[in-house]
Design a protein. Structure first.
Ligand SMILES: [Zn+2]
Length: 325
């Protein structure tokens, strides 16, 4: 459907366009473009104004709500289930798997670098993820807001794939190594292996070794952390809490769908016998002789409540004169 994309006029300024103006509006009082309806509920007629077909309204609202409930709870269930099952597969090594150790900060001896390389190779053999280690000074990333941003940029600059794990280690300058910091940057494809549990295990151990094990060089700490955690990386496990949470979300979604159907049908039934009346129609109410229900005269040949035959009478319209009967 075409719609205005905005316009303007001299002295009148600019006005925006109308977008998606197909909204449903219902009201107890008249508004422009509305049709006047009478629907019967609990034996009495009720007046309502709507700009769309009453029956179709109820049906499309129900469909939209059902769709929303299914999508919403389905997504939550999916997120929980994806977290719950940790069954990693070794990554295909169909990419540039060269392992880099870049010691810009000069914190490793040649032997230490060699030992670290061995640890990194063992990790790569086990996981298919290519690890790399880079040491820098804090002033190397002084133009970035933090080490994480620097590590991100470094990853994107160096690697064209999502299968790397880059560890960046930083010290203030040549003379001080006390205030170290480090950051890990992992590619998206490593997520099934390097989950929450794995990265926390790695991070806790590395931080602890750097903090409390003074005999260990930074390279030694990183190497030992890799050595200790590599055997844990491909472990398969299920987090039952997430499984249960996923099931609860799915059940809540199913319950919502059922409730929407029940209440949706109820409201659809309410409007099933709705009639359209002119704005200027004078509503004359009558009681059904058989069930006592109230109906509007001039629209029914059978009672909207019980279905009994009714005498037909023409609707009455309000006019300028006194033509009311
Ligand atoms: Zn009746």
């Amino acid at each position: 459907m075409p719609h205005s994309s905005g316009g303007g006029s001299h002295g009148g300024g600019f006005h925006g366009g109308s977008h998606g103006g197909s909204g449903t509006r219902m009201s107890r009082s008249y508004f422009a473009g509305a049709t006047r309806y009478i629907y019967y509920w609990h034996g009495v007629p009720n007046e309502i104004f709507s700009n769309t077909d009453l029956k179709k309204n109820a049906a499309s609202t129900r469909v939209a709500m059902t769709f929303f409930a299914v999508m919403f709870m389905g997504m939550i269930t999916l997120v929980f289930m994806l977290e719950a099952f940790h069954y990693p597969n070794k990554l295909e090594t169909d990419y540039d798997t060269a392992i880099y150790i870049s010691d810009h900060a000069n914190v490793m001896t040649v032997e230490e670098e060699g030992r670290l390389m061995e640890s990194l190779i063992r990790f790569q053999d086990e996981t298919g993820i290519t690890p790399s280690v880079c040491t820098v000074y804090d002033y190397d990333w002084s133009d970035k807001s933090n080490l994480e941003d620097y590590a991100y940029d470094l990853y994107v600059e160096r690697f064209r794939d999502e299968k790397h794990w880059l560890i960046v280690y930083s010290v203030p300058d040549e003379s001080s190594s006390e205030d170290w910091s480090w950051e890990g940057m992992q590619g998206d494809d490593t997520d099934p292996i390097l989950g929450d549990r794995e990265t926390k295990m790695f991070g806790r151990e590395l931080t602890d070794l750097l903090e409390n094990n003074r005999d260990l060089s930074p390279a030694g700490a990183i190497a030992r952390t890799f050595d200790d955690t590599t055997p844990e990386m491909m472990r398969q496990y299920t987090i039952w809490g997430f499984v249960i949470a996923g099931c609860v979300a799915a059940a809540a979604g199913a319950a919502a769908v059922v409730l929407i159907q029940i209440f949706g049908r109820k409201s659809a039934r309410k409007y099933e016998t709705a009639i359209t009346v002119e704005r200027n129609e004078v509503l004359k109410q009558q009681n059904c002789d058989y069930c006592g229900g109230i109906y509007v005269e001039g629209h029914h040949t059978t009672c909207p409540h019980c279905g009994a035959q009714l005498p037909f009478l023409a609707p009455v319209f309000e006019q300028d004169g006194d033509s009311k009967r």
